[in-house]
Design a protein around this ligand. Structure first.
Ligand code: NAP
Length: 278
C-alpha cells in the first residue's frame, strides 16, 4: 500500500489552516498541524481527528525556542514532508516584544517559518513549501532593515505589511536555494477570508475588516488555492511564485528584489543564532 502524503500546516487550529487541513485529510493525506490557543486546539483536534490521520502540535510561534521544539516534534513524527503550509500568523492589536527580543508579528509570520523550514529542510526534498502572505505586502516599500521590530514608529499595520513582504522574499530565496533538491516554494494571497483574523487586531482594524465581510471568502473557499498549490501539477512547473485564486500574479517591486531576499535570509540566520544554540 502507498504511504499517505504528509502535510505540515501551521495555524491549523482556525480559519484557512483548519479548512486546508480538513480538505487534505479528505484527500487521504496525513496532516500534522500546529496551533496555539488551547480551547481552539482542543476543539480542532476532536473535530479533525474524525476526518483522518490528524495530529495537532501546540506552541507559540512568536518564540524561536517553542518553534524549535515544534520542529523537533514534527521531525520525530515523520521522515518526509510533502507539503509544509506556512500559514500561521496575522496582525496584532499592539506591540508585543517577546523575552527573546522580537516583535511578535515579525516573529510569528516570518521568523518561525524560516526556522521551521530550515530545521525540516532534509525532510522537504521533493516537497513543497507554501507561504500564506497577503496583498498587504504591497504597502511595505521594503524591509525595515535597521529595526525589524519598528521600535521607532511602531504601528500594527506597518508590522503586518513588513511581515507579509518577508513571506514573499523568503519564498524567493528558498526557491533559489532548494530547487536543486526538488523543493518547490510558492507564496500566495488568500483574499479576504472570514476567519478569526480580524479579532486579533485593534478596534480600528476590526471595524475596517467588518466592512469587508460581505465580500469575504469562506475559509473553505480560500483553502482551495492553498490545497491546489500543495497538490496540483501546475504549481510544480515553476518555483518562487506568488499566487492568488490559482493564478500566478506579480507581487510588488519590493517583493521581487532578489538582493533583499538574500539579505533577509542572512539576517534571519543572524537573529536565530543570537537566541538558539546551533
Ligand atoms: N483573513 C484574511 O482576510 C487574510 C487576508 C490575507 C492574508 N491572511 C493570512 O492568512 C493566514 C491565516 O489567517 P486566517 O485568516 O486563517 O486567521 P485565523 O483564523 O486567525 O487563523 C490564524 C491561525 O494562526 C495561528 N497563529 C497565529 N499566531 C500564532 C502564534 N504566535 N503561534 C502559533 N499559532 C499562531 C492561530 O492559532 P490560534 O487560533 O490557536 O491562536 C490560527 O490557527 C495568516 O497568515 C494571515 O496573515 C488572512
Amino acid at each position: 500500500m502507498l504511504e499517505p502524503k504528509v502535510a505540515v500546516i501551521t495555524g491549523a487550529s482556525a480559519g484557512l489552516g483548519k479548512a486546508t487541513a480538513r480538505t487534505l485529510l479528505g484527500m487521504g493525506w496525513r496532516v500534522i498541524g500546529v496551533g496555539r490557543d488551547p480551547t481552539r486546539c482542543d476543539a480542532t483536534q476532536g473535530e479533525l481527528a474524525k476526518a483522518g490521520d490528524f495530529t495537532l502540535l501546540r506552541g507559540d510561534l512568536s518564540l524561536l525556542r517553542e518553534t524549535r521544539r515544534i520542529a523537533q516534534e514534527i521531525a520525530a513524527l515523520t521522515p518526509r514532508i510533502d507539503a509544509l503550509l506556512a500559514n500561521a500568523g496575522g496582525v496584532r492589536d499592539q506591540m508585543v516584544i517577546s523575552d527573546e527580543g522580537h516583535e511578535a508579528t515579525f516573529a510569528a509570520n516570518h521568523l518561525a517559518h524560516f526556522l521551521l523550514v530550515r530545521e525540516l529542510m532534509p525532510r522537504l526534498a521533493g516537497g513543497r513549501v507554501v507561504s500564506v502572505s497577503s496583498n498587504a505586502h504591497e504597502y511595505a516599500s521594503g524591509m525595515n532593515w535597521d529595526d525589524f521590530n519598528f521600535a521607532t514608529n511602531f504601528s500594527t499595520g506597518a508590522a503586518y505589511c513588513q511581515a507579509k513582504l518577508a513571506n514573499i522574499l523568503f519564498t524567493r530565496e528558498l526557491a533559489r536555494r532548494a530547487s536543486a533538491e526538488g523543493t518547490i516554494a510558492h507564496a500566495m494571497h488568500p483574499g479576504i477570508v472570514d476567519s478569526n483574523f480580524a479579532s486579533h487586531g485593534d478596534e480600528g482594524f476590526q471595524a475596517r475588516m467588518a466592512q469587508t465581510k460581505p465580500m469575504a471568502l469562506t475559509p473553505e473557499a480560500a483553502a482551495e488555492t492553498l490545497v491546489w498549490l500543495a497538490t496540483a501539477q501546475e504549481p510544480a512547473r515553476s518555483n518562487g511564485g506568488y499566487w492568488h485564486l490559482m493564478k500566478a500574479i506579480e507581487p510588488s517591486a519590493a517583493a521581487q528584489d532578489d538582493a533583499a531576499a538574500a539579505r533577509l535570509w542572512a539576517e534571519s540566520e543572524r537573529l536565530i543564532a543570537a537566541i538558539l544554540p546551533a
